[in-house]
Structures are given as C-alpha cells and as structure tokens.
Design a protein around this ligand. Structure first.
Ligand SMILES: [Zn+2]
Length: 350
C-alpha cells in the first residue's frame, strides 16, 4: 500500500491541493528574527512543507525567552545556543526534508540584499523598527513580498507588503519612531497567545501568496487588542503613495544608511555600540525609569549606568550597561558584538 504523504491533510484542502503543495515545497522563505513570532512562524512553515528556510537571528537563547519562544528548551539556554542554530535544529527534527540555513548575524544594510537572493517571501519576526524599515527597503528593491508582524504587551499588528502592488511600510508610516520612544517586550512584557495569533496570521498570508491565491490575501492593516478582544482593520489598498521615497521614488534610505557599529574594546571585556542614526539628545531619564525593573540604574555625570539583572555574558558575569546622552553605549561582560547589539536594542530601545 502506498504511504500517505505527510502533508496529506493540507493537500486535501481545495484551496491548496497538489499543485499548491508543490508550490509550497518549491518555495524559499526567510524568517528574519527567530524570537517569539519567529518561533511560531518557523514551526508552521516547516510543518507546511516549505522547501527551503533561511533563519536569521543574532541573539542567543535565554531562560526568559521560553515563556513564548516555543522552538527552544532549557538545553538551549544552558549552552547559550544561538537562536538561529537552535531553530534550524528543531526544523530538521520536525522534517529532515526541509533545507534549512541558519544565519547567526545581525540583519543590516551590509547583508540584507545578499540574504534576499533567491528568497520568495520574508516573514518579519523582528523586534525593532530600524531593522523593519531596512527589511522594507530591501524587499521593495528586490521585489520580494514580506509579511510584517509585531506584538508588544497584549497588542499586535500585521501587514502584507506586495512590492509594486500594495503599499509598503513607508507609504503608511513614512518614518520609524524616534529612538528610545517605543516600548519593547523586555520593558513592557508580552503575552504568548497574542504572539501565536499574529504569527499564524503571517503564515496564513504567506501560504496564500506561495500558492498564488492573491485574491485571498489580506490587504488590510490589522491591529489587535487581544486582552479586550478587539480587532481593527484598515483597508490600505488605496494608500500606495506615488511620492513614497521607497516604493514610489525608489530611494532606499535605510538600505543606504551606514550600519551602526559594534566594536569590541580590547582588554576591557566590553563592546561599544554606536547607533546608526543619532536623533538629537537621548532621553537618559526616561530610559533610567524603564530600566528599573531590570536592575539598579543611576545617572551620574551625564551617563546612565547599572547592571542588568540575570543577563549574563560569556564568562557568566552579569552584563553592565553604560549609556551616554548621544545614544552611544558600552556593554561590559561580553565581547560578542552581535550579543551586545541585541542587548542594546532590547534594553536601550530603538
Ligand atoms: Zn511605499
């Protein structure tokens, strides 16, 4: 008796069928950010039979991730495993037939276009706005569809961007929020079921795009307030802006901007982060207030300083953070530039 294929129940769906499954199997999907949204999305993409997955993340697995980042376990925490590597191993365990590439790198203007080569679709699992604007630029320039997802606290958003057809991120929101003004999961918390719903919505749209069901793709900007069971949809089909610097005028400011630097300070066991854009003076007092749940932070002679509770560097020591009023920071206790960048984005903000 012939063996029933593993995707049988998905092929049974008239919306997918054998030809849809073949298209899914031929597809190459990149997930940028393998945290909470990334975890749920990668799991579903692998099980759906996407032929090739590229997983990009610069950070390592920590115990506080396990509440919502379902691809990881304590074993990954104990060996401080990079998220992209741990996620790739999990994908291979789910389905050895999926070709999976783990990229343990910071997604930036230097590698974005190269990473997009040969990719059919991108899922946004990012945790910060500068990287999303960069992803938008790179996808519009390369003509690759991407599906935005974002969750903070108990709220979420999603948007499909089909370059040349639907509005891009900059048509709707011309500029990213000012650095240091937006909450992050690390300062506001995040509800796991909220992440699961947003990531599922992203994968649903991805599958529709991959099987060519363009008429069924969600063309609204969706916002959810999960705790109060509210959903808002804004039809954005008519909002493509011919004067949009990105998809209208073909100016890719975020892709052309120099990447911020992360420099290992020799002999100090520390990394210095210089942000890419310096938007005036940095609000050290606001940051100091937000960081109080993560350790004891003080401002002294124009710089904020403190130790991040239970955030450990490679040697097992707690990481000490110093932030200057131009946004520059020094993270002592680590000599890994990608780790330092990740901590900067999470705690200092974007
Ligand atoms: Zn645009």
């Amino acid at each position: 008796m012939a063996q029933i294929p593993r995707h049988h129940r998905q092929i049974l769906l008239p919306e997918i069928g054998a030809s849809g499954q073949a298209a899914i199997q031929k597809a190459h999907v990149m997930v940028v950010g393998c945290g909470a949204l990334g975890s749920f999305a990668i799991d579903q993409l692998a099980r759906a039979g996407v032929g090739t997955l590229t997983l990009v993340d610069r950070d390592i697995v920590e115990a506080t991730n396990l509440q919502r980042q379902t691809l990881f376990t304590m074993a990954d925490v104990e060996c401080a495993r990079p998220k992209a590597d741990a996620a790739a191993a999990r994908v291979r365990a789910i389905d050895p037939g999926v070709t999976v590439h783990a990229v343990v790198e910071h997604f930036d203007s230097e590698n974005a276009l190269e990473l997009l080569r040969g990719v059919d679709l991108v899922i946004d699992g990012l945790d910060n706005f500068p990287s999303r604007y960069l992803l938008n630029d790179a996808c519009v320039q390369s003509g690759v569809p991407w599906v935005h997802g974002g969750v903070i606290g108990t709220e979420g958003t999603s948007l499909v961007v089909l370059p040349g057809t639907t509005p891009c991120l900059r048509c709707l929101f011309p500029d990213p929020p000012a650095p240091g003004t937006t909450p992050t999961c690390d300062t506001s918390g995040v509800l796991a079921p909220a992440v699961a719903i947003v990531a599922s919505h992203q994968v649903l749209q991805a599958l529709k795009i991959l099987v060519g069901a363009s008429a069924a793709v969600d063309t609204t900007l969706v916002s959810w307030d999960f705790w109060n069971e509210r959903q808002t949809r804004v039809d954005v089909r008519a909002s493509r802006d011919s004067a949009c610097p990105c998809c209208g005028l073909g100016r890719f400011d975020h892709l052309d901007a120099p990447a911020g630097s992360a420099t290992v300070l020799c002999g100090r066991g520390a990394v210095q982060i210089v942000p890419a854009s310096k938007a005036g003076r940095f609000d050290l007092h606001g940051l100091c207030d937000r960081l109080q749940t993560h350790g004891r932070f003080e401002i002294d002679s124009g710089r904020l300083r403190g130790v991040l509770d239970s955030v450990l560097g490679e040697s097992g020591d707690e990481v000490e953070l110093t932030v200057f009023d131009d946004g520059r920071a020094i993270l002592a206790g680590t000599t890994d530039p990608d780790r330092a960048r990740a901590l900067y984005d999470r705690y200092v903000g974007h």
